[in-house]
Design a protein around this ligand. Structure first.
Ligand code: FAD
Ligand code: PYC
Length: 415
């Protein structure tokens, strides 16, 4: 729906009470052609592409809480495609190219800001490894550049270039097409568009089991009763391992808490996304003015969606080593999400050991940037029963063949 300036003004003066709901809240039907488990960005995108591209008829997204209440609403919104291996570049750059036209496609402003993502190096060794990474990325067609310390100073003047810096700045590399996008808007934009195509989005509906006959899934048990499904897509992020176990197989995934936090809002002072190799810290400034930052995983596997205090302290300390000017800001909020980290830090996509059950799992610490791709390739697998060529290398079978795609470094944060 498009609004004129007068209708926007009228809504504002009327206290915003007359806005139509952005999506329906339909009852769960007894049968669907395709059911997606998980109403985060990926699950909603999968439903949208199933309806839009593949014209699948009856589709439902089942979400145990509220839309985007998982990692979609908890991440630090960084988007980029600067990975090391060509398979990863194909996947993540597909996503970035979708992001570049998503506001228009969904008629919903996802507030993409391609302000550049900088990785700061702190030693000759870091710079040597960065040169190799940049070469590999450029060969794969990614817009990365190696920068000297002076070039970094021009773009990140508040970083610690002092003579006593614990982590001296030797240079950086940057992907200028990288940046941030508004995470809620991505979920809401896909939800509204999917709903407009007839997808049933069912919130407060937890999937508790799988109905499997002759090795094929034919339905799901839910907290709202059983539902029959022609095919099922799994997109539950940190709970992929839990749901796979309910379907009778194990995924090579470990789940951890990943924390992030924001400062009180201040005027614009940081015009790019900055990350530091020595501390694992990454930081950007939101449109509201808050500094949004985080670093590595909590050190032990967990489903406790809050994170622990020692890791919070480590993250704050790392941020202040690089940006000491922020030391007097108050911390406004801290939170965590549970992330599903595969052994090679690359996602697990496509068919599962159970017939008609398809995976969109293992996005770990870096799946927000991949939301359009995760949804697109899950929809492709459900609709055709086969991989898209870009998702094929990410098949679960790689853990049997040994064709791993080890992106531990490219995943972007310390592990
Ligand atoms: P989610 O948004 O988590 O959606 C999955 C949904 O499944 C949830 O809403 C959950 O409630 C639901 N669900 C689970 N179990 C069931 C069930 N049994 N029945 C029904 N529903 C169920 N990535 C980046 O690219 N850039 C970043 O800057 C970045 N920063 C991050 C910072 C933090 C602190 C965290 C935690 C993650 C970050 N990530 C980042 C990773 C990113 O958030 C995730 O990879 C991505 O959001 C996953 O999206 P999703 O739609 O798969 O999962
Ligand atoms: O994948 O760029 C990333 C990221 C940053 C913070 C968490 N993940």
């Amino acid at each position: 729906m498009r609004y004129s300036a007068t209708s926007l003004l009228r809504q504002g003066l009327a206290g915003h009470r007359a806005w139509p709901a952005a999506w329906r809240s339909p009852p769960l039907q007894p049968r669907y052609d395709a059911v997606i488990v998980g109403g985060g960005g990926h699950g909603l995108a999968a439903a949208y592409y199933l309806a839009k591209r593949h014209k699948v008829g009856r589709i439902a997204v089942l979400e145990r809480g509220w839309l985007g209440g998982g990692n979609t609403g908890r991440n630090t919104t960084i988007v980029r495609s600067n990975y090391f291996f060509p398979q990863s570049v194909a996947l993540y750059d597909f996503a970035l190219r979708q992001y570049e036209q998503l506001s228009e496609e969904l008629n919903y402003n996802i507030m993409l800001s391609q302000r550049g993502v900088f990785y700061i190096g702190h030693s000759d060794h870091d710079m040597e490894m960065m040169a190799r990474a940049v070469n590999a990325m450029q060969i794969n067609g990614i817009d990365t550049e190696l920068l000297s310390a002076e070039q970094v100073r021009a773009e990140l003047p508040l970083a610690n270039f002092g003579p006593d810096a614990r982590y001296p700045i030797h240079g950086a590399f940057v992907q200028r097409r990288g940046g941030i996008a508004r995470h809620d808007a991505v979920a809401w934009g896909y939800a509204r568009a999917a709903d407009g195509l007839g997808v049933d989005i069912i919130q407060n509906c937890e999937v508790t089991g799988f109905i499997i006959r002759s090795g094929k899934v034919i339905g799901l048990e839910t907290t709202r009763g059983p539902v029959s499904a022609g095919a099922v897509g799994l997109s539950p992020s940190g709970h992929c391992g839990v749901l796979a176990a309910k379907a009778g197989f194990r995924l090579p995934i470990t789940s951890y808490a990943l924390q992030a936090m924001v400062s009180e809002p201040i005027k614009p002072v940081l015009h790019a996304v900055a990350s530091s190799w020595a501390t694992g810290m990454y930081i950007s400034q939101s449109d509201k003015g808050e500094l949004v930052f985080g670093a590595g995983l909590d050190l032990y596997p967990s489903y406790a969606q809050r994170g622990n205090l020692p890791t919070t302290q480590t993250i704050v300390a790392g941020m202040l080593e690089i940006f000491p000017a922020f030391r007097r800001l108050k911390l406004l909020r801290q939170w965590a999400g549970i992330v599903d980290v595969p052994w090679d830090y690359s996602p697990i996509l496509g068919p599962s050991p159970v017939g008609n059950l398809y995976l969109n799992c293992g996005w770990g610490t870096g799946g927000f940037k991949a939301t359009p791709a995760g949804g697109y390739f899950l929809a492709h697998a459900i609709a055709t029963g086969a991989h898209h060529p870009i998702s094929a290398p990410f098949d679960l079978g790689r853990f049997a063949t040994g064709a791993l795609i080890d992106e531990a470094a490219g995943a972007g944060i310390t592990h």
